[in-house]
Structures are given as C-alpha cells and as structure tokens.
Design a protein around this ligand. Structure first.
Ligand SMILES: Cc1cc2nc3c(=O)[nH]c(=O)nc-3n(C[C@H](O)[C@H](O)[C@H](O)COP(=O)(O)OP(=O)(O)OC[C@H]3O[C@@H](n4cnc5c(N)ncnc54)[C@H](O)[C@@H]3O)c2cc1C
Length: 390
C-alpha cells in the first residue's frame, strides 16, 4: 500500500509515524515544502493541552496526547536518544462572569467527568482560596483542571514526530504539492513544484491552514480558513506563583512561560476575523486595546507588566463547528482530511495520526472512534460544535 501525506507539521508527521508503526510494508511519502516548519502552526502555537472541551472525542484525543507527552521516549525516541518535550503539568482555568457562561461550564464539566477527566467547578470564594492573586468579585463560576493539562514545546513535538517517521522509513519530499491527477472520483497522483510526481493508493491532506488552498488544486472544497492569532510574551515586576492557563470570558488568555508569561486574544463569533492576514506581522495594537486591559482587570499586578515580544501564526479554522475534519472527503474516495482543528490541533496530533493510520491500515478505527469528526457531516449539513474554543 502507498500513502502520500500532504503537509509535514505535527499532524502529517504523526500520520506518517503511525502508518509505518502499524504497517512496516506501507510506502509512506510525506510532502512538506518547509521541513524547518518556519510558517507552520505547529511551530508557532501556545502548545498547551487540556481536558476541558465540550466534545467527548476532543477530551479523549487529549487523553492520548497526554500519554505521549508524559512518556515521549516510549513513542518518539530514535536510537535511544532522549526526547525532551519540556512538558509542564499545570491546569487550565476557565472563568465565567455571566449566567450563560456558568451554565456552559457546568455542561462541559459533565462531559469531561464522564470521560474521567479531573476537573473541578469552583465558586468565586473557592477560586479565591485556590488562586488568591486573581480578581474574583465578578466571577459566577470557574472550572479548574486538576491534572492532565499543561504546556510543552510544540516545535520539539513536531520535529520529534517527523524524525521518528523518518526513522521508521517514511520518505520526505521538500517541495509543495502544486497539482492533482484525479480520475473516477479518486486521486491518482500529486505533482510537486520540483517536477516530481508522487503516486499513491491513499492521500492524507494535513496541510493545516493551507488545506483549503491545497484542496482547491484538486477541485475540492475544504472549508478550513487561515485566521491569524498573535501571542504576546510579557513579564511582571511582582512575582506570582506559576499560573494556570487562565481563559477569561473576554476571550483573553494567559499562562506562565518560564519566568514570565504569554497571553493573547481569540475573537468571538461576533468579532471581525479576516482570512489570510500576513504572518510575521503580529497585531501589536491588539495588546494595548484588548489584551492588557483584560489582564490588568483579572490580575492587579499585571497593570505594571512589560511586553517583551510577540509572534503570530495561523489557526486552521473550520468555522461551522470549530472541530477538526478527519476522514474521507465526501467527494473523493481516497483523499482523507486531517485538518480544521481550529486551534487545538497540536495536542490532538498524536491521536489524529493514530486514527488516520488505523483507518488506512485496518480499514477502521480501533483505539478511539474518530467518526464524529468525519467530513461527511459537511455534506449532511450536520455540525459537532466545540464550545470551549480559545
Ligand atoms: C498562536 C497559536 C496558538 C495555538 N495554541 C495551541 C495550543 O495551545 N494547543 C494546541 O493543541 N494547538 C494550538 N494551536 C493550534 C495548533 O498549532 C495547530 O492546530 C496544529 O499545529 C496544526 O498542525 P498541522 O500539522 O495540521 O499544521 P501545520 O503545523 O501548519 O503544518 C501544515 C504544513 O502543511 C504544509 N503545506 C502548506 N502548503 C502545502 C502544499 N502545497 N504542499 C505540501 N505541504 C504544504 C506547510 O508547509 C506546513 O508545514 C495554536 C495555533 C496558533 C497559531
């Protein structure tokens, strides 16, 4: 069996690694024009992992991601080299200031607990006892991860997955896909910019925020949009203990990062969120206009913070429901999608790679059923809404 994977970020690399793990005879080609991942989301993310989703399949994908982060050598070591992903276990803290937000936290909590996640709902008083430096007088309810959450080195994870896939025998091509050969509802081959042609029995589209553009080369609609997000790094003169990853109701988030902090803002449904803004142009005004005021409101000491640097990257947004598209494209019998994770794809890369490989090698999902994420829901007009989007 021959499989070609388009895109070699964390998701494409995980697909390649698991394909070779499950079937050492499978010929696996990874097509990645930028093996250093300069623009890839996998290299530009906030690289955090949480159990606190509203969708069961997302909680379960995080649980597998966690297994890999807690024991990276078992999954990713090559030639007995140690793999350091810098995993810091620390919770996420969602804060609700309105009744509807509090109700959403309660409903999400029920899903998470049913999956075995250790998450506590806290009143303002209880929150104040746990996190005394946080302003709580406007808080109706909070949700704190008590384990299985935290952050890690996302770039190191993506590179380790790529390295392991190579060690297991995947072949890499450093040139972009520029065309598809399709016949009878199937893709026969892809053409690369360097003139190469890669034939395969199955193709996986894992090109992150570029998946829509690549799908268009095959004449297929892939509703995944590149939406720029900026991450701001800052320090605070007053020492605070290590903070959880706090998600304020305004869409502003922050967490500890080394001796300082990082934070940012995710637009809500009613905010302007244009496609394809250029990268390497972080929106610095956003910090002064939105992020800093919300930070200083929630943590008094942040009134005196110093912004040190900023970077940007693309969320690969599937706007219909903010959940990934995993499985066969409804209009193509051998093109699988693995994209559209809407800002939570790094923590789910391992689980998605494992699922795609099971589907191709074994003809179906074995360890975790990813069919809720099937792209068939697009054609059927169904959604699987993830409410806990950051
Ligand atoms: C600021 C920010 C914060 C984030 N925070 C988190 C977080 O805390 N936790 C989390 O889980 N996720 C987070 N994410 C999301 C996460 O980074 C992505 O979901 C994940 O990295 C997607 O991985 P990927 O491999 O699908 O895409 P990418 O890493 O973007 O890889 C896609 C690859 O496709 C390649 N490609 C493009 N065009 C072509 C072509 N024509 N042919 C072949 N290949 C092509 C690109 O070169 C690229 O390397 C964040 C993202 C951003 C931007």
């Amino acid at each position: 069996m021959r499989i070609a994977i388009i895109g070699g970020g964390a998701v494409g690399s995980a697909c390649a690694m698991f394909l070779r793990k499950f079937d050492a005879r499978a010929a696996v080609d990874v097509i990645e024009p930028d093996p250093g991942l300069r623009l890839a989301s996998s290299a530009r993310s906030a690289a955090s992992i949480r159990q606190q989703f509203s969708t069961e399949v997302n909680v379960r994908l995080s649980q597998f991601g966690l297994q890999l982060l807690r024991d990276p050598d078992a999954w990713l070591a090559v030639d007995d080299d140690k793999v350091d992903l810098g995993f810091v276990e620390s919770g996420y803290l969602f804060v609700a200031i309105r009744a509807d937000g509090a109700q959403a936290l309660r409903e999400n909590h029920a899903v998470q607990r049913a999956c075995g996640a250790t998450v506590s709902l806290l009143t303002a008083d209880a929150l104040s006892r746990r996190v005394p430096w946080l302003r709580v007088d406007d808080v109706q309810l909070a949700s704190l991860g008590e384990g299985g959450e935290g952050w890690f080195d996302g770039y190191a994870l993506a590179l380790a997955l790529a390295r392991k896939s190579r060690a297991l025998g995947a072949a890499w091509h450093a040139s972009p896909v520029v065309g598809f050969e399709r016949r009878d509802e199937r893709v026969r081959a892809v053409q690369l910019a360097d003139g190469a042609r890669v034939e395969a029995d199955a193709f996986v589209l894992a090109a992150g925020a570029w998946s829509r553009a690549v799908g268009a080369l095959a004449g297929l609609d892939v509703p995944v949009f590149a939406r720029r997000r900026t991450v701001f790094a800052f320090t605070c003169p007053q020492a605070l203990p290590r903070t959880p990853l706090v998600i304020d109701t305004s869409g502003v988030w922050f967490r500890s990062e080394g001796h300082g902090f990082i934070g940012g803002w995710s637009p809500g449904a009613s905010d302007d969120d244009p496609d394809d803004l250029p990268l390497d142009e972080p929106d610095l005004a956003q910090f002064d206009d939105r992020v800093w005021p919300a930070l200083a409101h929630r943590v008094e000491a942040f009134a005196a913070l110093r912004r040190t640097h900023a970077w940007d990257g693309y969320y690969e947004v599937h706007p219909a429901d903010h959940n990934g598209l995993v499985g066969l494209h409804p209009q193509c019998a051998n093109l699988l999608l693995a994209c559209g994770f809407s800002g939570h794809g790094l923590q789910h890369a391992a689980g998605v790679g494992r699922g795609i490989a099971e589907w191709i090698v074994h003809g179906g999902y074995r360890s975790l059923d990813l069919s809720p994420l099937s792209p068939a829901r697009i054609a059927a007009g169904r959604t699987l809404v993830e409410r806990a989007v950051i």
